[in-house]
Each structure stands twice: as C-alpha cells, then as structure tokens.
Design a binder for this molecule. Structure first.
Ligand code: 4AD
Ligand code: MG
Length: 466
C-alpha cells in the first residue's frame, strides 16, 4: 500500500519539502472551487490540528472528473508539488498532480458537515467525532500525556507494575464496585444456607478494580518505587461533568516516602506534564484557548511557574466558613469538601493548584496513616483551577496495630486482607503514593468542560455505547 507523509511532518520539515513532490493521505474537511478554474481541498490526516491545502485543477487533469465525488468526509490520496501558499494563514500547499479516492461520504447523510456541532450531538456519533478539530485535539493531547506519564516515572527510576483489573478487594471502601460474575441473574441463586458464590467463576465475590493502589503497595515494598497506570471502575451513580464509571488512573507508590515526599513528587509530576503540553501541544492549547476556554493558556503557564499552595483540611474549613460565598452545601469540620468548595479555594482564594493535607480520619479509607492527633490521617488532595480534585493520595499506615484498628473501625475483615496486613508484619516500611485521574488532567489542560469529551468512549450511568 502506498504510504504518504504525515501532514504534521510535512509542516515541520516544510523547508526541505518545498519544491519536492509529496504524497499525503487523509480525510477531506472542506472542498471549494474558484471561478479561476482551480479548486481547494482542505485535507486532514489526524496528525495535526492544521490541515493541508490541496490545490486542484478543475479541468484538464486525470482526476478532474473525480472531483465531484470528493466531498467533506471522503478519504483520499493526493500527490503533488509542495509549494509556498499565497493564501493567508498557511505556509505551504500541495499542487495536486494525482488524486485517488479511497472512500466517499454522501453529503446527504454524512453527519459531520463543516459547522460547529454541540458536544451532546457529537457524543451520539462517537465513531465519527474524533474527526472534529476539538475531539481530535483532545485525543492527541491525551496520547501525549499518557506517554509523558511513563516518561516522568521511567526517567526517575520507577518500575511499571500491572495491577489486576479483576480483584476481590475494594480499595476505597466506598462500595462503588462493579461485580464480576458468570452467574445468570435470571436463575435463582443457591438454595438457602448454601454459599451463593460456590458456583461462581472465582468461587468468591469479585469486582472490577476501583484502584490498583493496594497491589501497587506490594510491589513498592519490594521494588521501592513503582507506578501502575490503567483503567479503573466506579459504579458511582453521579451524573456529573467530572465522573466516569470507567476512567484511567496513574498511581505511583514509593517506599521510604512520607506525606511531604509524596507531595513533592505530585507537584513535580503535575509541573512536568503541564510543561510537556505547553511545549509539544502548543497548537492544540492555542486552539482550546480560542474555541473552548479562553483562560486555558494562562492557567497552564501559571501552574508551570508557581509552586502549589499547601494548606491543611482544618485551614481549608476555616477559610471556607469565613468566606461570604453562598455555598449550596454547608461547610463543617468532619464533612467532605464539595466540588464548589474545592473550586472556590483553588480558583478564587489562591488562583493556582492547592494541596490540602490531613483530612478527618472518618472521611478517608482504612489504609491512610493516622496522625498523632488521632483525629486526622496523612491524606493529600490536590485541586486545580477549573477542574477541582485531580489527585488523591496519602501516606499509608505501616504500623500493624494501627492498621488493624483502622480496619476494625471501618468494618473491614482482617481475614480477607491478610496479605495486606502481612506487608506490615514482614519488613514494614513507611510508604506513600497517590492517584491522578487521567481524564481530569486532560480536562485541566484543555479546558474541556465535560469529562465525556476527553475519553474516547465514555461510560456513565445508562451509557455504554460502542
Ligand atoms: O481520590 P481517589 O479515589 O484515590 C484513590 O483511588 C487512591 N487509591 C489513589 C492512591 O492513593 N493510589 O481517586 C484518585 C483520582 C481522583 O483525584 C480523580 O482525579 C480520579 O482519580 N477519579 C475519577 N476520575 C473520573 N471519574 C471518577 N469517577 C473518578 N473517581 C476518581
Ligand atoms: Mg479523592
């Protein structure tokens, strides 16, 4: 099969391509004819936001008769001379000598005619929406960030661990798990008194993981510094712009690191990712600034330049109760901070990322290290302007007696987590880690308001299409 050059590469190396013949392959964004006997095709191949202008001759070429079939959405090949473009806003264009049509797109039925479509409409055509500028740009940024996540950790001596997707534990203890079973819901379960899981695939309750943390801890207490990065699942019945039932989380876990070290890594990590986006996705960021969120560039430059604000949960509650903001949810020590509180702190009070430390023990899962006051745990939430919570982490409880006490208080069976408590019996060591939601990160760097646009196939209550 003939292989053309990617349009992004052509733009990058345009000086060497000028005056040479190139072959490009992609999808037609627009086509228009001029009265002067030439036509213009804007071709995009997904490699960059910017399309390449193909100049066609309406008569006298082998392909001239074909042009009528080349409509928005068609897949074509074009070969021709790379030339300086007289058109404003573009540097080079391709003067077509040969055109091949792979597949047309009937203008009467192709759902992506050149105009602005609503995100809601595009969600219904998630098989075509990556061809739009916005969704294509979001997909490229997501891809670059995913690679940067590996780069950051690999460059710093972390090992990548694959934690299981099917698990018997509920790390966060919030009961938001999806059950994994081969039992037929239409069939009556076992006779009374019998173990209902006896005939189930794993012979015990099993779930899709809500977090790879507990298993990452096993490897951190052997390899020192590890990270896991994969899909996680939460049956949270909340239809918000920041929650998905299936999302990607990156979770580093580090032995001989306390909460302050954890915060240092998290801060360096966010700054690194923001810097990558600013340097490698500059066109996309500029585009998002123009069409999606005018503040996006300022926000990113600010996050890259300033150090995070660090406050305790108790200080956060003080600031919120003293504020005159008309919050929907009241603020009270011992209650969770709501999205409106988080955004007020990071957007209005500080105007930059904020780390909140030491949350009330009752609010957080069993594995977090109990502080000396016995009322709070060594937890860390990082909030960013525009998105709110992007990272949740903590120092883990490494003291066996304290861990068992926490499990008892939270109603967690020590028998079921024997392997976890054994890590505290044999060579226990202080350790900490955190989880960053990839989709929240993409929302932060693009300004895209709804999380359903930053993942290719969003899963939310009532929706699992494709
Ligand atoms: O704060 P969370 O629940 O923390 C944990 O799961 C820890 N076990 C992580 C760790 O310490 N290793 O989730 C971490 C992050 C959140 O800050 C958020 O960015 C994202 O995961 N997140 C979600 N993203 C999309 N949809 C959801 N339903 C999410 N729930 C959490
Ligand atoms: Mg959290």
């Amino acid at each position: 099969m003939e292989k053309g050059i990617r349009i992004a590469d052509l733009f990058r190396e345009e000086q060497t391509w000028l005056g040479k013949t190139a072959v490009v392959q992609g999808w037609v964004k627009t086509r228009r004819d001029s009265r002067a006997g030439v036509g213009f095709i804007e071709l995009n191949d997904g490699s960059s936001l910017k399309g390449l202008q193909i100049v066609t001759e309406l008569e006298g070429r082998d392909y001239s008769g074909l042009l009528g079939q080349i409509t928005t959405g068609s897949a074509i090949l074009a070969e021709g001379l790379v030339s300086l473009s007289p058109g404003k806003g573009q540097s080079i264009e391709l003067r077509a000598e040969r055109i091949h049509l792979y597949g047309g797109a009937d203008p009467a039925t192709y759902p992506l005619q050149k105009k602005r479509h609503s995100f809601e409409y595009l969600r219904q055509i998630a098989h075509l929406r990556p061809r739009t500028n916005t969704l294509g740009a979001a997909a490229r940024v997501r891809s670059r960030l995913s690679f940067a996540i590996h780069q950051f950790f690999q460059e710093r001596g972390f090992h990548y661990v694959h934690t299981p997707i099917i698990t018997a534990s509920d790390c966060e203890g919030a009961g938001e798990t999806f059950r994994v079973t081969t039992l037929d819901p239409a069939r009556p379960l076992a006779a009374s008194g019998e173990d209902p899981y006896k005939s189930d695939f794993f012979a015990k309750p099993a779930f899709l993981t809500v977090s790879g943390q507990l298993q990452a801890e096993i490897y951190a207490l052997a390899l020192g510094k590890v990270y896991t990065f994969g899909p996680t699942f939460r049956a949270e019945n909340s239809n918000t712009s920041r929650h998905l039932a299936e999302f990607w989380m990156v979770e580093p876990e580090m032995a001989f690191h306390d909460l302050n070290d954890d915060l240092d890594v998290a801060q360096a990590f966010i700054k690194y990712l923001v810097a990558v986006v600013l340097s490698d996705c500059a066109r996309e960021v500029e585009f998002f600034g123009r069409f999606v969120d005018p503040d996006v560039l300022k926000r990113l430059e600010n996050a890259a330049a300033s150090s995070f604000e660090v406050i305790t949960y108790t200080e956060a509650v003080d600031i919120l109760t003293r504020s005159q903001e008309p919050f929907v949810y009241p603020v009270e020590w011992g209650h969770d901070l709501q999205a409106e509180h988080e955004r007020y702190l990071t957007e209005k009070v500080f105007g930059r990322p904020v780390a909140i430390l030491n949350f009330p023990r009752v609010l957080k899962p069993f594995y977090m290290r109990v502080n000396d006051d016995e009322k709070t745990v060594a937890a860390m939430d990082i909030l960013v302007p525009g998105t709110g919570e992007i990272i949740g982490g903590s120092q883990r409880e490494e003291r066996l007696d304290m861990l068992l006490e926490q499990m008892r208080l939270k109603g967690i069976s020590a028998d079921d987590y024997r392997w976890y408590t054994e890590l505290r019996e044999f060579g226990s060591a202080p350790h900490s880690g955190f989880g960053l939601g990839l989709e929240r990160l993409v929302q932060f760097v693009t300004g895209i308001p709804n999380i359903r646009e930053v993942i290719p196939f969003p899963r939310t209550p009532g929706h699992a299409e494709f």
